[in-house]
Design a protein around this ligand. Structure first.
Ligand code: MTE
Length: 394
């Protein structure tokens, strides 16, 4: 398409905030510092993690940009931005989290393959756009459809970017048609992030946002949407982002034995402290985020200062002045993280631990060893930091 480029090299990357922690330069993968991550409930775009598999596409002719609606539909068509803008606009506050968040800590147990991430490969944004359920109605697929008469059961998103894992082809992913056509699932074709036009790093001009599941399915720089029978057969669905048991290694792996990971388990991390800290007196503020998949709210966050022997409950909040009630969508953002906070005295050498519990009573696992997997995804083990009381320049 003229005016629309998926470059195959990195000479035209967008500018980025100098305080991001760069985990890989090409493709660009970066996360904010822990302290920047918890500086606001809605993550500023500059500090929102950036997870790419190729050079950032350039769309400089928005008039010509369109999304092709293809596959098992009666009337394939091309949707231009004006068609998307004409649909009702929704703002959905949702946390996106990369399945590889906290991978570095998993790798410290036993090496895993993949970009190393600390605890900030996630962010919470207000996404503005059209609901995918409304877009699919434009091509004759009614709301709440799980299969079309012609056998379509999945919705595939194909991007403009070029990824080496796809041999220079585009990034792709799919979700079930039942989720895509359910207005309550809040799947968006987003053109805004935090009230401003989406920027290049995050998918300009149009990206998918699928709340409640791993970030890998929220395809950026949308090129086409296909209605298909089986789930997408692309690399990132079939040969990546699957969770294997600890017994599987690179010699005995059989990718076909596992389904692509979709839902996200319950997660939390302390962000007011680094892994090792020296504090002057024995008082610390323990603050961080907790989030679960599937729109499951956070019922509780437990904090321990003795490595998990005894616990206290932290306070939780989303927006200042509004009490957070897990699962109550009239007062809280269903798809978004909560912040937690506790102020406590710590012993001389303390191992501080956070663990969250969601409204389905799912709890983070105690040890990373128990959930170790060769791709290093979904490290949701208890988050631990160490504090030593002594003299410091902090
Ligand atoms: N979409 C395209 N086209 N290319 C990509 O590399 N990365 C995916 C997803 N969508 C990716 C993509 C992954 S793994 C994640 S975690 C999120 O985008 C990251 O979105 P962000 O960079 O806006 O934070």
């Amino acid at each position: 398409m003229p005016g629309i480029k998926g470059p195959s090299e990195y000479s035209q990357e967008p500018p980025r905030h100098p305080r991001l922690r760069i985990n890989a330069k090409e493709p660009f993968n970066a996360e904010p510092l822990r302290s920047d991550l918890i500086s606001s409930y809605v993550t500023p775009v500059d500090f929102f993690y950036k997870r790419n598999h190729g050079p950032i596409p350039i769309v400089d002719d928005i008039e010509r940009y369109c999304v092709s609606m293809t596959g098992l539909i009666d009337n394939p068509k091309q949707l231009f931005m004006k068609d998307i803008w004409n649909l009702p606009k929704y703002n959905v506050t949702a946390t996106l989290q990369c399945a590889g968040n906290r991978r570095t800590a998993m790798s410290n147990t036993k090496t895993v393959k993949g970009v190393g991430w600390d605890v900030a490969a996630l962010g919470n944004a207000v996404w503005g756009g059209a609901k995918l359920a409304d877009v699919l109605e434009l091509v004759g697929i009614p709301k709440l459809t799980s299969a079309t008469p012609s056998g379509g059961k999945h919705v595939e998103f194909v991007s403009i970017d070029k990824c080496k894992e796809e041999n220079g082809g585009p990034y792709k992913a799919s979700i079930p048609l039942s989720q895509a056509t359910n207005p309550g699932a809040d799947v968006l074709l987003a053109y805004e992030m935090n009230g401003k036009t989406l920027n290049r790093d995050h998918g300009y001009p149009l990206r998918v946002v699928v709340p409640g599941i791993i970030g890998a399915r929220s395809v950026k720089w949308l090129d086409s949407i296909g209605i298909i029978t089986e789930e997408c057969q692309g690399f990132f669905m079939q040969k990546d982002y699957k969770m294997f048991p600890p017994s599987v290694n690179w010699d005995n792996i059989d990718w076909s034995t596992r389904k692509p990971q979709m839902d996200f388990p319950v997660q939390s991390a302390i962000c007011s402290l680094e892994d090792v800290n020296v504090v002057k007196n024995g008082k610390v503020t323990i603050k961080g985020y907790a989030v679960s998949g599937g729109g499951r709210g956070i019922e509780r966050v437990d904090i321990s200062v003795d490595g998990g022997k005894t616990w206290v409950e932290a306070s939780r909040y989303q927006k200042a002045g509004i009490p957070y009630v897990a699962g109550d969508i009239s007062s809280s953002d269903k798809w978004a993280w909560v912040f937690f906070e506790a102020h406590t005295d710590v012993p001389k050498d303390a191992e501080i631990v956070a663990k969250a519990v969601d409204i389905a009573a799912n709890v983070q696992p105690e040890s990373v060893e128990a959930i170790w997997n060769l791709r290093g995804i979904l490290n949701t083990s208890w988050h631990r930091v160490h504090v030593r009381v002594g003299h410091s320049n902090m």
